[in-house]
Write a protein that binds this ligand. Structure first.
Ligand SMILES: Cc1cc2nc3c(=O)[nH]c(=O)nc-3n(C[C@H](O)[C@H](O)[C@H](O)COP(=O)(O)OP(=O)(O)OC[C@H]3O[C@@H](n4cnc5c(N)ncnc54)[C@H](O)[C@@H]3O)c2cc1C
Ligand SMILES: NC(=O)c1ccc[n+]([C@@H]2O[C@H](COP(=O)([O-])OP(=O)(O)OC[C@H]3O[C@@H](n4cnc5c(N)ncnc54)[C@H](OP(=O)(O)O)[C@@H]3O)[C@@H](O)[C@H]2O)c1
Length: 387
């Protein structure tokens, strides 16, 4: 973690910087299957500093329309006074507490227990807290918000303070920073996929991504602070070390920051970016910037994988395998490999692809390739920021 310079303000979860969005636009075009957006947050006068590879913590607020619907089902006016869930010394209207401090899109076991008790067990939740029912409970709760439990269990009545006490707290979300302060000193940029889905007959949204996409205006205060990265850093600009960036989807974010930084510092080592999205026509995020970086030598190679532009899926790892010989050459020249984006599937498959490349191009057995990859990690030449 970098140490702030003396006299610089320190922002953290207890003392966030209250920022405003100065510019935002869609990166995904019309007809894209999902919405991904670019945000430019104003830092002028804040003293807030970050390094490419860091992420920004954003404290979102809930959708007031969802909270109002909950209040109606609960039979509260919204003005009832409760203790603020995050500031115990403060008394606030329950509506405010629910909008800014309670997690209403996930159900806590405390609430389930209370619903079971208040309905005398006459609920679909009955028994689901038993240890052997863990998977059943998970599948029941998948795609359900607190409001679903309230609607499904009208016999469960609550006092305002009691109800707020049965919810988890609404915590920050992290976003990989997609800018360099050498390029935009008074701004921090984010690249965010807006989470939207329908479940149990209701249209739903992720709290922070829809807060940014739908509820933030230029006047909306947004509490933020920097989460300093551990090791997801560029080599020093004067070094010859080649870098390979693998960032499909929103995984592109830190690599845009790295490329801005490389341009500003005239970094020496060569750079290769693998980007993947669903379609070239609707989801080629930051296309003009990448083309300009290719033209001025900030980026040496750009390889794209459009997963839905043909019958069979083409992902970044397929493109990596196609270019296996050259990737292996770069590795042998000391390249650092960076991976950012989806942890559950992409990062696992990219890891397998790297193993295959080392086996095939390096003439190694699976065990020898595993040892080679372990040595890369040990040497901090395989850096991942996956979520
Ligand atoms: C270090 C780090 C960096 C990150 N960087 C980025 C970034 O650069 N860009 C970015 O977009 N994100 C990034 N993320 C992810 C980000 O932090 C949030 O998790 C993401 O934006 C979703 O937050 P949300 O509040 O909008 O959604 P939440 O309110 O947290 O909702 C997400 C939840 O909704 C549920 N859900 C989603 N889809 C469905 C479905 N179809 N059916 C049922 N339930 C569903 C799941 O339970 C899921 O966990 C990063 C995460 C980390 C840890
Ligand atoms: N919980 C989940 O199952 C899940 C899945 C994906 C993303 N996410 C989360 O959703 C958020 C936003 O995702 P995102 O917009 O960054 O993009 P994304 O959904 O990860 O998609 C980006 C690109 O990666 C492709 N892709 C899908 N599976 C892949 C794999 N196994 N290997 C390589 N590429 C693969 C996608 O193709 P196709 O879509 O055409 O397959 C798409 O072209 C992130 O927070 C991410 O963690 C969650």
């Amino acid at each position: 973690m970098s140490t702030p310079a003396p006299g610089k303000p320190v922002y953290n979860v207890k003392n966030p910087y209250i920022a405003r969005v100065k510019r935002a636009f869609d990166l995904s075009g019309p007809g894209a299957p999902k919405n991904t957006r670019h945000y430019e947050i104003d830092l002028a006068g804040s003293g807030l500093e970050y390094t490419p590879g860091d992420s920004l913590a954003v404290q979102p607020a809930n959708d007031p329309a969802l909270v109002d619907e909950m209040l109606q089902v609960l039979g509260f006016s919204g003005a009832e006074i409760v203790t603020h869930p995050k500031r115990p010394g403060e008394q606030v209207p329950v509506r405010q507490a629910l909008i800014e401090a309670s997690l209403v899109t996930e159900v806590d076991n405390k609430l389930i227990k209370a619903v079971i008790e208040k309905t005398g067990g006459q609920t679909a939740l009955n028994g689901l807290l038993e240890p052997e029912k863990k998977e059943e409970l998970k599948s029941y709760l998948w795609g359900r918000f607190v409001i679903d439990l309230l609607i499904e269990n009208p016999a469960a009545r609550f006092e305002p303070g009691e109800f707020v006490g049965l919810l988890k707290k609404l915590n920050i979300r992290l976003y990989s920073i997609s800018s360099s302060q050498r390029a935009v000193p008074d701004e921090v940029h984010l690249t965010v996929a807006t989470v939207r889905y329908t479940s149990h007959g209701r249209e739903r949204g992720g709290v922070a991504s829809t807060f940014l996409a739908e509820r933030v205006t230029p006047d909306t205060p947004i509490p933020v602070f920097v989460n300093h990265g551990k090791g997801f850093r560029l080599p020093e600009p004067h070094e010859d070390t080649p870098v390979i960036f693998i960032g499909p989807g929103t995984g592109i974010a830190p690599f845009r920051a790295f490329l801005q930084e490389r341009q500003a510092t005239a970094a020496k080592g060569k750079a290769w970016l693998f980007f993947g999205e669903v379609s070239q026509s609707t989801c080629f995020f930051y296309k003009d910037e990448f083309e300009a970086w290719l033209a001025d030598g900030t980026l040496d190679r750009l390889t794209t994988a459009w997963s839905r532009d043909q019958a069979e899926k083409i992902y970044v790892q397929h493109k990596m395998l196609e270019h296996g010989r050259e990737i292996h050459e770069w590795l042998e020249q000391g390249a650092i490999v960076y991976v950012c984006g989806d942890a559950a599937r992409m990062a696992v498959d990219v890891d397998k692809a790297l193993h295959s490349i080392v086996e095939k191009e390096g003439g190694k057995s699976p065990e020898e390739a595993a040892a080679y990859m372990a040595a890369l990690k040990e040497a901090k030449r395989y850096r991942r920021d996956v979520y």
